[in-house]
Design a protein around this ligand. Structure first.
Ligand code: PMP
Length: 433
């Protein structure tokens, strides 16, 4: 028996080499800290307010009264009513005809859309340009596909007139960006509006990226999950609509962000068949499809939005209005305690400068943990307020340059934001006394 069990013990490395160096994940640690300590959680990005009634109602209808076939498998690349309405919707947005069967694919959230893109389009040795700060999964996903991420930062240019900083003040250096493109570059990942900064890329900035993509024959993976969350009358521009870009761009969206239902995990990609055909290969050999009922309900949500397009009753008009108000409340609260918020032009995230708080947070001797990590941990344990350190959105090589900021999510009920304000007010009084 003993010798059997000795023989049975494995000594070889069990995990595939592609997992090396990507096993750490910031969310595991910070979600746990938030669950354990936070009274108010402005960390992870999800709304704590209800999804729109028309959408939950559509889900209930699909579940109960609709066809019993909605409980069965649907088409692998997207439930037909959903791909049809997405095609109609994006025809309007992109100004071109779309075939629902070949130009649209439904995925398990935008997350799986990203995974399909990297697996289908990136080869061993290919370089993929990622703009920092970035939604953190891009880097491990590129690596898992065998690619090499090449990072280029948005550089903060503080406004000279003493005005508040905005996400628009974080910009690409055109020469630096151009220097990252080479014959090894296969793709660039663009995320506008950008998580975590809330930057909405201008037409000029997108034009520069497009020009470089065309010049170097590079693909663009455009993560536009926050496409409707744009403030102060700014306009979200889709890079796929710029000259020369349709053929080389996949545009990614998410019902989670669009309809405030992150738990439904319905996402999509829109793009040319010559790219999507390869995404379909990855998709059919991995997840096959996501829940039929959720797809049916999202399809009905889009049908409603198509009818109300641009009208005041449209959710895509109402949601950003409400979120802009929430953004302004959070800005006020953070200002109150002396955290300098960088005003986001889009998304439901806000990055704030915590450099004035260095004396509040105890130094940990011999720790190489960056200040923003220490600050975020200290804040959730001592103040009950959860946020995410900004350096988590940077590559290992660059994260030490950006340790004076934390990211808050403001897609929260008024009561949650008021509770955050109470914490900050109390903190301010303690600091003053
Ligand atoms: N891209 C970005 C930029 C995101 O912030 C998120 C969610 N936080 C996703 C993709 C993933 O979206 P989904 O929940 O639809 O998978």
């Amino acid at each position: 028996f003993l010798s059997h069990s000795l023989q049975a013990k494995m000594s070889r490395q069990v995990q595939a080499r592609r997992l090396e160096g990507i096993d750490k994940n910031i969310w595991v640690e910070f979600v746990k800290l938030a669950t354990t300590y936070s009274k108010v959680n402005l960390g992870q990005g999800f709304p704590d307010f209800p999804a729109p009634e028309f959408l939950t109602e559509a889900f209930r209808r699909a579940l109960g009264g609709g066809s019993h076939m909605l409980h069965q498998y649907t088409r692998a690349f997207g439930h037909p009513p959903l791909v049809k309405v997405l095609a109609q919707f994006f025809e309007k947005l992109l100004g071109r005809d779309l075939d629902p069967m070949t130009n649209v694919m439904v995925t398990v959230g935008a997350y799986q859309a990203l995974f399909c893109c990297f697996q289908a389009l990136v080869d061993e040795g290919d370089e993929v340009i990622i703009i920092e700060p970035f939604f953190d999964c891009y880097e491990p996903m590129v690596k898992m596909a065998g690619g090499t991420p090449v990072f280029v930062p948005l550089r903060p240019n503080p406004p000279k007139d003493g005005k508040r900083m905005s996400s628009a003040d974080w910009q690409l250096d055109p020469a630096e960006l151009a220097s990252k493109f080479s014959e090894r570059t296969k793709a660039i990942v663009l995320n506008s509006p950008n998580n975590p900064l809330g930057k909405v890329f201008s037409r000029g900035e997108l034009g520069l990226i497009a020009e470089l993509c065309v010049k170097h024959d590079v693909l663009c993976i455009s993560d536009e999950v926050y496409e409707w969350l744009v403030y102060d009358g700014r306009q979200h521009i889709r890079i796929a609509s710029l000259q020369g870009m349709w053929d080389r761009t996949v545009t990614i969206g998410s019902a989670g962000k669009t309809f405030s239902v992150t738990g439904w995990k319905v996402g999509w990609v829109v793009g040319p068949d010559r790219l999507l055909q390869h995404l379909r290969t990855v998709h059919q050999n991995s997840v096959y499809h996501c829940a039929t009922i959720a797809q049916e309900a999202v399809a009905q949500g889009f049908q409603r939005e198509l009818m109300l397009y641009g009208k005041p009753e449209s959710y895509f008009v109402q949601l950003p209005k409400e979120l802009q108000q929430k953004r302004d409340w959070l800005v006020q609260s953070l200002d109150g305690v002396g955290m300098k918020p960088i005003i986001p032009e889009g998304t439901y995230f806000l990055v704030a400068d915590i450099s004035p708080f260095k004396s509040d947070v105890p130094d940990v001797p011999n720790s190489d943990e960056p200040y923003d990590y220490r600050f975020a941990k200290w804040m959730v344990k001592n103040k009950g307020l959860a946020a995410i350190p900004l350096s988590a959105f940077y590559s290992e090589a660059h994260k030490n340059n950006y340790t004076n900021f934390i990211r808050f999510c403001f897609a929260k009920e008024e009561a949650t934001l008021k509770a955050a304000n109470d914490i900050l007010q109390k903190w301010k009084q303690e600091k003053a006394s």
